[in-house]
Design a binder for this molecule. Structure first.
Ligand SMILES: *Cc1c(COP(=O)(O)O)cnc(C)c1O
Length: 625
């Protein structure tokens, strides 16, 4: 079986490959001919080191590759289109603030003068603690107070190109005041609200009602003020952020065009603009469908870069204005592919059964009817069979409620039901053309596979905004996945489910997976989760951070473990909700001691209890073997 059930070739071709042994391998994007690293081997060897699932696996090669790809694609477009300016990207820190990640972005980005974009004081501090290349910029967005502005302006003195992007006219007064106090000229940008509204899930980042940026009249106000105070020469950057995961390339072109109009007009008014910052928005094709939809995009990276460079050149040539340095703030597209979550399946709940039922003379007539359904079951009559089956069961359930059927017979009915469902599922699995209603009924009877992860901690966007991340088993790709499942996490929240999956032919409500034997290890990978998920995750049910491992791919399918961050212990998550772990142990000890005094408990039992409590409190919050 080498059919690409999960569409890995469509969405994961740069990074994943199905190996001979049926496992998923991590391809080295810099050397696609190198043998891929076997993910199962990686997980096993992490286990041997004491690092168990769930594990967030970061592959640094994928980050380095994307940074290089984005920069090279802009360089290529600039050369092809004979654009006279440069490209200098920045990474928006809010997309992934983890030290391990930012350190590597700065390291890999140095040769491209890659900078950082910050939206708050903590993020500014992160940026200033990095050895950025001299020609890179720090772009400061977001609402700024005195402290923020003070530090940003001072940092210019030690060689940072820290640009304060005005989000409101009010900020300008403060900036001028502080700059005079410090006797340092600021580097300024203006964030312009574009009137072009983009589609997709983040459309509110653009248009008149966007919370960020200056409206046209405010832009005028700011420029006039800059003139009056003799600060117009400090205005070097125009910023426009369209939103995230923009699905349609036409919208990017239109917005770029409008941004250029502002650039030209502001230049005509005397601003010495040299940077045009087009913000984020470069999307990730999570489903591999290459279409304009929330979880997909209808353009390639090369197309994105070409469209931007071409539009900027055309528009500015029209107004006879020198080509600026183009900045983009691609977060998602830069980092998403470099992280994946690997978790094990703990348990499965099946909603059908292969176990044949023996129906006797004395069984209820409705049950006898039920067992006869397979006799007339065929593809054309599947819906009819399902209707009959549900009818007979509902009738018997009603009899149970009114006391006319006893528990053993009710159980027999339910078992027969599961047996017949299995027959119906088998018939339907041979067809791709079944009605929507039938498909819904079958989807509603998919298995539930319980995974060792928390949706709220590791995949918050799946819960909050219906983000779809590709999910695939990391083993058994040479075996037919005989079950259809939805996934349930380890929290006690009925929202902790995943029921949208990427398959070869598009998005599906169920995921094909393999039957799992008792005690068999079975792992799933959730891919493209490097952007936004880590800090947005929360402690629902007190499941904490997972173990995190950073690796680098080596020759011959080997890898090097660069960094390991142990997940939260129970003691740590308890302290987040203001319990003092020592105090908790003492409280428990007192309760146990009371039991000893009332002679219910032996001293050995006391010791056992306290030891067990202490072991738990220092352990992983997730299921451990
Ligand atoms: C969030 C954000 C970004 C990142 O957007 P992506 O679509 O992830 O690339 C860039 N710039 C600003 C101002 C943002 O707020």
């Amino acid at each position: 079986m080498n059919d690409d059930v999960y569409g890995i070739k469509k969405w994961g071709n740069d990074i994943l490959e199905i190996l001979e042994n049926g496992n998923i391998g991590l391809k080295n994007p810099f050397n696609p001919d190198n043998s891929p690293a076997d993910l199962i081997k990686i997980i096993k060897s992490l286990n041997e080191r004491g690092i168990s699932c769930p594990v967030l696996l970061r592959v640094t090669d994928y980050l380095a590759f994307r940074i290089k790809q984005i920069n090279n694609s802009f360089f290529r477009a600039i050369k092809e289109i004979r654009y006279k300016g440069e490209y200098k990207g920045v990474f928006p820190v809010k997309v992934n603030q983890q030290a391990q990640v930012i350190d590597r972005i700065v390291e890999f980005g140095k040769e491209f003068d890659f900078g950082l974009e910050v939206g708050s004081k903590p993020e500014l501090l992160i940026a200033l603690a990095h050895d950025l290349s001299a020609n890179s910029t720090i772009i400061c967005n977001g609402i700024k107070d005195r402290e923020f502005i003070h530090l940003a302006i001072l940092s210019i003195k030690i060689g940072f190109k820290t640009i304060l992007v005005l989000e409101s006219p009010r900020e300008l007064d403060l900036i001028i005041k502080i700059s005079k106090e410090l006797n340092v000229r600021p580097l300024l940008g203006i964030r312009v609200k574009l009137t072009n509204k983009v589609s997709g899930n983040w459309s509110q980042s653009s248009g008149d009602r966007s919370a960020f940026g200056l409206s046209v009249e405010q832009v005028m106000e700011v420029i006039n003020k800059l003139k009056i105070y003799d600060y117009l020469d400090c205005l070097i950057l125009q910023h426009s952020h369209l939103g995230s995961q923009i699905p349609d390339i036409i919208e990017i072109r239109k917005a770029t065009q409008e941004a250029c109009r502002f650039f030209s007009e502001m230049s005509k008014l005397g601003a010495l603009l040299t940077y045009l910052d087009l913000g984020g928005g470069l999307g990730v094709d999570y489903t591999g469908e290459q279409k304009s939809a929330f979880n997909s995009i209808n353009y390639s990276l090369d197309e994105y870069c070409t469209n931007i460079v071409e539009t900027v050149k055309y528009e500015l040539d029209q107004s006879k204005i020198a080509h600026p340095t183009i900045i983009t703030e691609s977060g998602r597209a830069c980092i998403a592919s470099s992280s994946m979550l690997i978790f094990n399946i703990l348990e499965t709940t099946n909603f059908d059964s292969k176990k044949t039922q023996i129906i006797n003379e004395e069984d209820h007539p409705l049950l006898k009817n039920m067992i006869q359904i397979p006799d007339y079951l065929g593809l054309e009559r599947a819906q009819e069979c399902l209707n009959d089956l549900n009818y007979y069961r509902d009738e018997i359930r009603a009899l149970f409620r009114s006391g006319q059927i006893d528990l053993p017979n009710m159980a027999k009915t339910e078992e027969t039901y599961l047996y017949v469902i299995n027959k119906i599922k088998t018939v339907l699995s041979s067809s791709t053309e079944i009605t929507e209603e039938l498909q819904d009924s079958i989807d509603n009877m998919a298995d539930i596979y319980h995974g060792n992860f928390s949706l709220f901690q590791s995949l918050p966007d799946v819960w909050a905004i219906d983000q779809i991340h590709p999910i695939a088993p990391i083993q058994k790709h040479h075996e037919y996945p005989d079950r259809r499942v939805i996934l349930n996490d380890i929290t006690c929240d009925s929202d902790g489910i995943i029921n949208k999956f990427v398959l070869k032919d598009g998005v599906s409500n169920t995921l094909p997976l393999h039957s799992i034997k008792d005690n068999e290890d079975y792992f799933l990978g959730v891919f493209y989760i490097g952007a936004y998920q880590e800090t947005l995750g929360d402690l629902h049910n007190l499941f904490g951070d997972t173990n995190v491992v950073t690796i680098k791919l080596k020759e011959n399918g080997n890898y090097q473990l660069l960094h390991e961050q142990e997940g939260d212990t129970i003691s740590e998550v308890l302290s987040y909700v203001e319990y003092e772990p020592k105090d908790i142990i003492n409280r428990f000890k007192r309760i146990v001691e009371d039991a000893v005094r009332s002679r219910e408990l032996s001293l050995t039992e006391r010791k056992q209890l306290i030891q067990s409590f202490k072991e738990s409190i220092s352990g992983y919050t997730y299921f451990e073997k």
